[in-house]
Design a binder for this molecule. Structure first.
Ligand code: IZC
Ligand code: ZN
Length: 422
């Protein structure tokens, strides 16, 4: 064997490899492949060695980092965000605290529609600047891959602008962005009495988005007072024909049948599911749809959390977790906070939670062949935490445990500080 020189070698780490390429289901979500006193080597942006620190002692490396027993995990993958938008909705906090429901605020022209107004008025530069701030926070808190939805334009030019901004953001900073077209996110004011005409306009837009490769996925807000199951099926079927992977905002507030629809169409993921029926959950699991749970949203809306234990224990299903980062129902970029909520609200174990924010969330955006686990040949996306066990991460909540982050082998966060690699 020719002697290889590693670009970086991280030694004396407690490595949660989360190895295994298929989604981790049910009790297997607790198998995180923990290696004590282990080492990970990086060459050309990829993982080239995973083994004992003892075996790594003989290896040559340009940079060697002693993890001093701390926890090394795959870079975190956030598979559901509404990253690109303008403004914020703290002006709705008093209404929320007074008990006015999320969907009622939307019916009154607030909620999503208030962000639509702000986003339509914003310039391309303003959208980029606001998203860059969020991406910086995400990276500093350990997120190395993120899904980003459109859906605050609700008209052709602004939807395309949101997607093009997401595309440009890839060149401006290290976090990888997977794009989703969420044109049917709400009914815009100018179409209030013609929702089907609006839906048709969004369907007509699909081929152009596909031709410009602006999005991998298409998504719809299937909810009482927004889009019905019939409308959702029409849109998602057209998207599938146009070559998109399917996602769906399903049963977030009411058990409308979004989970059942996700199963019928073979969606890649069904997200929210707080109110999903037991049959809906069973059918989506049998159909191989990844359930993406968003405990930040249920907690923030003071709603009943999704049934993670039923999914994991009874259905032996995989579960993925995401922030749902958006300016209204879940204004946080922090997956670490979501991980703490997953423990407290969803009763998930620390090991299940780590699996849900790495390999399973990578599956939710069809990126598991490249990211989501620490295995030779995968991209070197890594998080070193100031923690010496997984439980500490979710137990000691509300603060940032990140020490170091590597993205495609670049050491982008060093001792909690962002390092620019031109
Ligand atoms: O802006 O409120 N649920 N869409 C569906 C959202 C939440 C985002 C928002
Ligand atoms: Zn969402």
């Amino acid at each position: 064997m020719t002697e290889r020189v590693f670009d970086s070698l991280i030694v004396h780490a407690q490595v949660a490899t989360i190895a295994g390429s298929a989604p981790h289901c049910g009790s297997a979500m607790r198998e995180i492949g923990l290696l004590n006193d282990a080492a990970v080597g990086i060459i050309d942006g990829n993982i080239a060695f995973v083994g004992s620190s003892q075996d790594a002692a003989a290896l040559e490396a340009k940079e060697r980092l002693d993890a001093r027993g701390r926890l090394l995990t795959p870079g975190l993958v956030d598979p559901h965000t509404h990253l690109v938008h303008s403004g914020s909705r703290e002006n709705e906090l008093a209404q929320k605290l007074a008990g006015i429901p999320y969907l009622e605020i939307l019916q009154q022209g607030g909620g999503i529609l208030s962000t639509v107004h702000a986003t339509r008025r914003a310039s391309r530069e303003e959208l980029i600047e606001q998203a860059l701030r969020s991406l910086r926070t995400m990276l500093l808190w350990g997120t190395t891959t993120v899904e980003a939805k459109s859906g605050y334009g609700l008209d052709v030019p602004t939807e395309l602008l949101q997607l093009r901004v997401a595309q440009e953001l890839r060149k401006l900073q290290p976090v990888e962005i997977i794009s989703t077209f969420l044109g049917p996110h709400a009914i815009p004011p100018e179409y209030q009495d013609r929702p089907d005409a609006f839906l048709e306009q969004m369907i007509q837009l699909l081929p152009a988005i596909q031709a410009e490769q602006l999005a991998d996925f298409a998504d719809i807000f299937c909810e009482h007072g927004v889009f019905s199951v019939v409308q959702s099926e029409r849109f998602l079927e057209a998207a599938q024909k146009a070559g998109f992977g399917l996602k769906i905002h399903a049963d977030e507030v009411e058990p409308l049948g979004g989970a059942e629809l996700a199963a019928k169409l073979g969606a890649v993921s069904a997200d929210h599911l707080l109110a999903a029926s037991e049959n809906g959950l069973r059918s989506l699991v049998s159909a191989g749809v990844m359930p993406v749970l968003l405990p930040g949203t249920s907690w923030n809306l003071r709603a009943k959390p999704a049934r993670a234990r039923f999914l994991i224990d009874t259905l032996q299903a995989p579960v993925a977790l995401a922030t749902d980062y958006n300016p209204g129902s879940c204004p946080t970029e922090s997956l670490q906070f979501i991980m703490a909520l997953a423990a407290n609200e969803l009763r998930m174990t620390p090991e299940e939670i780590l699996t849900a924010v790495t390999i399973n969330s990578a599956h939710a955006i069809r990126q598991a062949h490249r990211v989501g686990s620490i295995e030779v040949g995968k991209q070197a996306d890594l998080c070193l935490f100031n923690a010496d066990n997984p439980a500490y991460l979710v137990y000691h909540f509300g603060i940032n445990h990140i020490a170091d982050v590597w993205k495609k082998g670049q050491h982008v966060v060093v001792n909690g500080l962002y390092i620019d690699h031109p």
